[in-house]
Write a protein that binds this ligand. Structure first.
Ligand code: K7E
Ligand code: CUA
Length: 665
């Protein structure tokens, strides 16, 4: 049954009113909702480690952050898709290529979802993946260094929200386009209202190297044009399948708020990726000319390389009938989550008043029986009742995302009614509900998307903060809330602020990662072309207008720290090698007037900063990271002379060189 347009407008307005009026309808016990033993549950004594890592998306900050749980302490911000002056990410010559795309250098993006690599359906502690929602890309973060090791751009995509989702053994990291767009190899200069004819959806299957994690676009599947929202890989019994929530099956191209909410049901799309692999092997894919960047960072050269690639193989869901199937899901599904056994698929319709739970087993039977109610652009639609396991009745308002514990329970975030609802997967009965402050988006349970969840903790990532923290102007800190879920009743035990706007996050036991941390880069393995292997090899080289300063840093001096003979019009590159071979001794480098950022150089690493002097004079430079008692002394000077000056190129540390000023001789 279709709602009338004005009815829908009314519904939308009610939802807005409910959401924005959150302070007025806030639960009465908001202040004392915390139980008396909460403090002891989150207390991690000074000098002690947290038991869990929490990897949190930064949303519009483009970064990923790492918290310790249960303390909620921020441990690190990992720069991914946005430049980060703190670490020189995107500013140093070595890291600039990481942000290269087919559009050129892109210094910002919007990171929504974090997924940890898996082996046998459990976290293996090797990599974290993140998506760029704006200029479609996937990133792989190495959990030895907590640095972004690789970024791959996705062609044929417009927005990369439905991403990244990984299979049971990290065979693939998968991405679905948010916006359908004309494919990259056709003339996209078409009227926007020809959406139905010209716009297509694309799923990208990116393979991940077993040993090195290297990503490659293995194939893409072309799908009907609408919006892909979220997804999960099947696991256990459903390994080999993917489930994507889809909205805007109305195929609207304007005022989606109303026009993409017309239908009573949208779809979940089930994708048989094992079948797709067979078709790929059988040569059923079409080679398509595209353009995308593939960037990798090497811990040996301490540099990134960016390669532009020009081809993908595309499988067509219209022709290859048994790859994709739709089944209806009520009202603009957002989250699409798979239970630990892989048997149940939970669809969360943003505007639905119930939560449908689908059965993988029933879906396979329905496919075998061709229990179709029709087709959508050549893709069969299974009957809702034939795939449905059951519905969670009256769960709350605005279900978004679901995760699971180790006791057969599910936890669903309710945006509109601002709560987390716990229900049983088997009997679909609601067991408990707790308020969130306010309007929870994603939630995550420790190991909540794995075959064997840890349970124990749940974090709600809220969209609205209102009165939870000290005011900080028009924008309040983003808010996460930690719940103890080890008992029958969920218990709020901590609020903690996050960077950017958090969307999805994952929690894994600290044991998985902490022992593998790299402590420093080995000097003897440094293959950066501008590496200085000790102070004796430092030098300043002029090649026309280009100056290369091969510099070293060690507690507590830079070598060289006096440089003369630089002229206006020169382009100066400082290649700083940190000679330390110990844990936690970075040195920084900055020079007055630099039009970029600092360098933050890890022990054994070389990083390069480009500087164009803009005036004649003396320019101080210094180490930016407080590295020793004499850190303030870790500094130097550069002299810039007019172009055409004959001041000789001189450099030194610890020698007071004779005056070389030709004008005064
Ligand atoms: Cu925030 Cu995953 Cu972009 Cu739901 S999405 S809330
Ligand atoms: Cu090196 Cu401060």
């Amino acid at each position: 049954m279709n709602m009338k347009k004005n009815q829908l407008m009314a519904l939308v307005l009610i939802l807005i009113a409910v959401t924005s009026g959150m302070t007025s309808c806030k639960p009465k016990n908001a202040g004392n909702a915390v139980s008396s033993d909460a403090a002891s549950k989150v207390y991690v004594a000074p000098g002690k480690y947290d038991a869990f890592y929490n990897f949190v998306s930064g949303g519009f900050s483009g970064q990923m952050s790492v918290y310790g749980l249960p303390s909620g302490r921020l441990l690190r911000v990992i720069p991914v898709f946005s430049v980060d002056p703190e670490k020189g990410w995107g500013y140093s010559e070595e890291t600039k290529p990481m942000l290269n795309t087919s559009h050129g250098f892109v210094p910002w993006d919007d990171l929504h979802h974090v997924q940890l690599s898996k082996t046998n359906g459990e976290y293996d502690g090797r990599w974290a993946f993140g998506n760029a929602n704006n200029t479609p890309r996937l990133a792989r973060i190495d959990l030895k260094t907590f640095r972004t090791a690789e970024i791959i751009e996705l062609p044929n995509s417009g927005g990369n929200h439905s991403s990244p989702f990984i299979t049971e053994n990290t065979e693939y990291v998968v991405a679905g386009t948010r916006f359908s767009v004309p494919p990259d190899d056709v003339n996209g200069d078409v009227p926007i209202n020809t959406y139905k004819q010209n716009f297509k959806g694309t799923l990208s299957f990116v393979s991940v190297g077993k040993e090195d994690g290297k990503m490659e676009i293995a194939f893409q599947i072309q799908c009907p044009g609408f919006n892909f929202d979220l997804s999960r890989a099947g696991k256990g019994v459903s390994h080999g399948w993917f489930f994507f929530s889809c909205y805007n099956t109305e195929q609207a191209n304007t005022l989606l708020e109303v026009n993409a909410s017309q239908k009573d049901k949208d779809f979940i799309m089930a994708v048989n990726w094992k079948k797709a692999e067979e078709y790929l092997k059988a040569g059923k894919g079409r080679k398509q000319t595209v353009k995308y960047a593939h960037n990798t960072y090497s811990d040996k050269t301490h540099s990134a390389t960016s390669e532009i690639k020009t081809e993908v193989i595309v499988l067509d869901s219209k022709e290859l009938k048994d790859i994709c199937y739709f089944f209806p899901c009520p009202k603009s599904p957002h989250g699409c989550d798979v239970s630990p056994t892989g048997e149940y698929i939970v669809g969360s319709g943003k505007l639905a008043a119930l939560i449908p739970v689908f059965s993988f087993d029933k879906m396979i039977k329905a496919i075998a029986a061709k229990d179709y109610i029709g087709e959508f652009e050549g893709v069969p639609i299974l009957k809702y009742e034939s795939v449905l396991y059951g519905e969670v009745k009256k769960p709350g308002l605005g279900p978004l995302h679901t995760e699971f514990d180790n006791n057969g329970n599910a936890y669903t975030s309710m945006f509109v009614s601002s709560e987390v609802v716990k229900w049983n997967i088997k009997d679909l009965k609601v067991l408990d509900r707790v308020p969130t402050y306010y309007s929870v988006g994603h939630l995550c349970v420790a190991g909540g998307d794995t075959k064997t969840p840890t349970g124990k903790y749940l974090v709600a990532y809220n969209k609205i903060t209102k009165d939870r923290y000290l005011p900080t102007g028009p924008e309040l800190s983003q808010s996460a809330q930690l719940y103890d879920i080890s008992g029958d009743k969920m218990q709020l035990i901590l609020d903690f602020p996050t960077i950017g706007e958090p969307h999805y996050a994952q929690i894994c036991p600290a044991e998985l990662i902490k022992g593998n941390s790299l402590k420093f880069f080995k000097m003897e393995e440094n293959k950066n072309p501008y590496f200085s292997n000790g102070e004796a090899t430092t030098k300043v080289v002029r090649t026309g207008n280009r100056i290369d300063v091969y510099m070293t840093a060690i507690r507590s001096h830079l070598t060289p720290d006096n440089i003369e003979g630089i002229r206006m019009g020169d382009e100066v590159y400082f290649h700083v090698t940190n000679l330390e071979q110990d844990w936690d001794v970075p040195h920084g480098f900055a020079i007055k007037g630099a039009a970029n950022a600092e360098l933050l150089v890890m022990p054994g690493e070389t990083q390069s900063l480009k500087w164009n002097p803009d005036r004649v004079g003396i320019f101080p430079m210094y180490c930016t990271d407080f590295c020793s008692a004499l850190h303030q002394e870790m500094s130097g000077y550069i002299r810039v002379s007019p172009s055409g000056s004959n001041v000789p190129l001189l450099f030194s540390t610890g020698k007071n060189l004779p005056a070389s000023d030709s004008t005064k001789k």
